[in-house]
Design a protein around this ligand. Sequence first.
Ligand code: ADP
Length: 301
Amino acid sequence: MNIAILSRSAGIYSTRRLIEAASARGHQVRVLDILHCDMVIASGQPSIHYRGAPLEPFDAVIPRIGSSITFFGTAVLRQFEMMGVYPANESVAISRSRDKLRALQLLSRKGIGLPLTAFANRPDDIDDLLARVGGPPVVIKLLEGTQGIGVVLAETRKAAESVIEAFLGLRANILLQEYIAEAGGADLRCLVVGDRVVAAMKRQAPEGEFRSNLHRGGSASIERISPEERATAVRAAQVMGLNIAGVDLLRSARGPLVMEVNSSPGLEGIEQATGKDIAEMIVAHVERHAVPHRTRTRGRG
Ligand code: ADP
């Protein structure tokens, strides 16, 4: 097959691994820097030029769209979909999961376990809002944050009020979330490919920190997960419409709670923690499913 990987650079670990896996399985693979794709939207004749030249036809595209370029990246991916190229993850599914609030709303509609979460524009009554998410302590999150930046644990009412005021003063959108203390500063990253969890790792925050992100100094180890955790992760990916997803779960007293569903999960941490060849599983999934003009959503929200 002719496979395109949409990524900012061939040097990124995950991109490099996907190139290796696709080449090893006998495919032609080309990395396209999304920001150098331009699209002409003509009635019935969608096209993409890359660095000023027409693109050769592709059978499949594997998107690795960074969160800072979601808008343009999903537009380029949608254009590939319009041209009938099979996407490993569809543009609509990526957009759904990138909007943390929209993602939680969709998951809640399907009854998937979630930390209680509130969203307010200008809370009139902070005490009421805090009480409704079981706090303080509460977790306050910037809607646009990634890698744990903009995720704050407010242990007292006073702290919560100050943080909320500070964020709102900067005109940032924030979520208020129930603090799952029993997770003990750990979360589970479940890598879903198709309808299976193919690898899972536990990330543990360093002493004195509640955020377990590897970028925040968390440590990763292979972890056995329960059938309920497995089912929750697969279901969360399905609700988003993602074929490939990194589902983050918190272990709570009332069962697994989904924190986030990531549409471009990094492969480095999980391949190293589990020793599994996830890149190969992704390419194999694409091989099994790539059919032209067969995207489920065809760009519809
Ligand atoms: P980001 O998308 O920036 O990584 P997350 O929402 O995943 O932000 O939060 C970062 C980390 O903070 C999580 O990996 C988890 O360890 C911790 N965390 C987030 N929300 C909660 C919560 N409601 N209760 C307990 N810990 C949490």
